[in-house]
Design a binder for this molecule. Structure first.
Ligand code: PLP
Length: 421
C-alpha cells in the first residue's frame, strides 16, 4: 500500500535506524532472515536463539525456566476433551482453506462479545497455523523489498526475522523503561510514505505494556496518512490485569487497513496446537490467504473445533485466567524487588521486565547467566528483543515469564530472593 518517498533523507532518525538494519542484497533469503534476527554469526552460520540457549542451560543446571513464554499447566478440560473427541470423530483430514466454519463463526462471535466488533465469518476471518503464520503471511503479503516496517522496540523476536525474509527494512521506535511506551513524536517521525506496515503488539511481549487508546488512535491516523497497513498482534488479548483490552479494530479508521492477529496459544494454554487467526476486511483477508495457502495450506484439523469450544467459554474463564496470572505477577515482582531489581509491573501478557541497574547489574546477559548459576532461575536479556545497534539502550533489563504454575512461580520467587547481587 505504500509509495516510495524520494523526500526521505538520511538525516531523518527513522531512515537512519532503517538503513542501519538493512541487509546486503547479495544475501540469500535465509541469511537475511537469520541476520535480521541477530543470529547470523561472522562465520556465516546461523546460531541458535537465546531462548534455545537459555532453555538448554536451564535443563543442564536443573534451573527453573522463566525464560521461554509457555505454560507448564494444561488448559481448560473441555477444550482438551473436544480435541480428543474430534480425533475420535474422524476430524483428521485437510480442513477448509479459511478454517472450519464453526471456528470462524466462534471467532466472529468472540470478537462481537468482547470487542463489540462485527466480522463476517465467511469473508473477514481466516484461521492460520498459529499467530506466527498469521504474522508471516501478512508481512509477506504487504512488504515488498525495500519497504519500511515500523515496529515498537523491544519487539517479539520473529518480527525482525520476518521483515528480513520479506526483504523489508525494520524501523524500530523505542519504548523505553520504565513504562515502555513509544513517544508519539518518534512514532510520527518513523511512519513515512515508505512505510508498508506498522506492526504493533498489545499487550506487548516482552514488556507486558498495553498501548494506550491515544497511541492506538495515532497509529491509525498515521497509517491513513501514509497509506500503510496495520498488523496488530493481540495474542495476549485476554491476559490483562487492570483494564480491558482494546483491539485496533475498535478505533475509527482502522477498518480496511488493520489486520488483527490472535491465537489460541496463550488464551487456552495450548501453545503446541498452533491455531491462530486474523480478522480484517475481505480484501485484506484475501491478500493474506493468497500467501498463507502456500505456506501451510491448512493445519490443526481436530484442534479447530476444540478452539471453537474455548472461544465460547463463559466470561468467568477468561477473567479467572487473568486473575491467576496477576497473583503470579505480584509474587514474582515482590521477589525481584526484594533484592533490588526495579520491576515494571506490566498491565498485560505473562511477562515482566526487571532492571538490574539500581543494584549495579548493567549487563543483562551477565545477570542472566549469574541467576542461572547462583540461584537456578532463567530469565532472558531484553537485548534479545532489539536490533543489535540498540542493545546498549536496553542492556540492564531482563524478561521473566510468570506463565508457569503457581508452584513454579513461588519456587522461582524464593530462589530469586536468595540472590546476592
Ligand atoms: C507477541 C507474540 N506473537 C505471536 C506469538 C506466537 O503465537 P503462536 O504460538 O500462536 O504462533 C507469540 C508467542 O510467544 C508472541 O509472544
Amino acid at each position: 500500500m505504500s509509495l516510495p518517498d524520494a523526500s526521505s533523507t538520511a538525516s531523518d532518525p527513522a531512515s537512519i535506524a532503517a538503513s542501519s538494519s538493512a541487509s546486503s542484497s547479495a544475501e540469500l533469503p535465509w541469511q537475511r532472515t537469520a541476520r535480521a534476527a541477530g543470529l547470523l554469526g561472522a562465520d556465516g552460520v546461523a546460531r541458535p536463539t537465546i531462548f534455545a540457549e537459555m532453555s538448554a542451560l536451564a535443563a543442564e543446571r536443573d534451573a527453573l525456566n522463566l525464560g521461554q513464554g509457555f505454560p507448564d499447566e494444561d488448559g481448560p478440560a473441555e477444550v482438551l476433551e473436544a480435541a480428543r473427541q474430534a480425533i475420535s470423530d474422524g476430524v483428521n483430514q485437510y480442513p477448509p482453506g479459511r478454517g472450519i466454519p464453526v471456528l470462524r463463526q466462534a471467532i466472529s462471535d468472540h470478537q462481537k462479545r468482547f470487542r463489540g466488533l462485527d466480522w463476517d465469518a465467511d469473508r473477514e476471518v481466516l484461521v492460520t497455523a498459529g499467530a506466527t503464520e498469521a504474522l508471516s503471511a501478512s508481512l509477506l503479503a504487504f512488504v515488498d523489498r525495500g519497504d519500511d516496517v515500523v515496529v515498537i522496540e523491544p519487539f517479539y523476536d520473529s518480527y525482525a526475522a520476518l521483515v528480513g525474509l520479506a526483504g523489508g527494512r525494520l524501523v524500530p521506535v523505542p519504548a523505553r523503561a520504565p513504562d515502555f511506551l513509544p513517544d508519539p513524536d518518534e512514532l510520527r517521525a518513523a511512519v513515512t510514505d515508505r512505510t508498508a506496515v506498522i506492526l504493533i503488539n498489545t499487550p506487548h511481549n516482552p514488556t507486558g505494556t498495553i498501548l494506550p487508546d491515544a497511541t492506538l488512535q495515532l497509529i491509525v491516523e498515521l497509517a491513513e496518512k501514509h497509506d500503510a497497513v496495520i498488523v496488530s498482534d493481540e495474542v495476549y488479548e485476554h491476559l490483562v490485569f487492570e483494564r480491558r483490552h482494546r483491539s485496533i479494530g475498535e478505533f475509527p479508521g482502522a477498518r480496511g487497513r488493520a489486520i488483527t492477529v490472535s491465537s489460541a496459544a496463550k488464551t487456552f494454554s495450548v501453545t503446541g496446537w498452533k491455531i491462530g487467526w486474523i480478522t480484517a476486511a475481505p480484501e485484506l483477508v484475501d491478500a493474506v490467504l493468497a500467501v498463507k495457502q502456500f505456506l501451510t495450506y491448512v493445519g490443526g484439523a481436530p484442534f479447530q473445533p476444540a478452539v471453537a469450544v474455548g472461544l465460547g467459554l463463559p466470561e468467568a474463564y477468561f477473567r479467572g485466567e487473568a486473575e491467576k496470572l496477576r497473583a503470579r505477577r505480584d509474587e514474582l515482582t515482590a521477589a525481584l524487588e526484594s533484592v533490588g531489581f526495579s520491576v515494571n509491573r506490566p498491565g498485560g501478557s505473562y511477562f515482566l521486565v526487571a532492571d538490574g541497574a539500581p543494584i549495579g547489574l548493567h549487563d543483562g546477559v551477565v545477570t542472566a547467566r549469574r541467576l542461572v548459576d547462583e540461584v537456578g532461575v532463567v530469565g532472558i536479556p531484553i537485548s534479545a528483543f532489539t536490533v543489535p545497534e540498540h542493545r546498549a539502550d536496553f542492556a540492564s533489563l531482563l524478561r521473566f515469564t510468570f506463565a508457569k504454575s503457581a508452584a513454579t512461580v513461588s519456587a522461582a520467587s524464593r530462589q530469586l530472593e536468595s540472590f546476592r547481587p
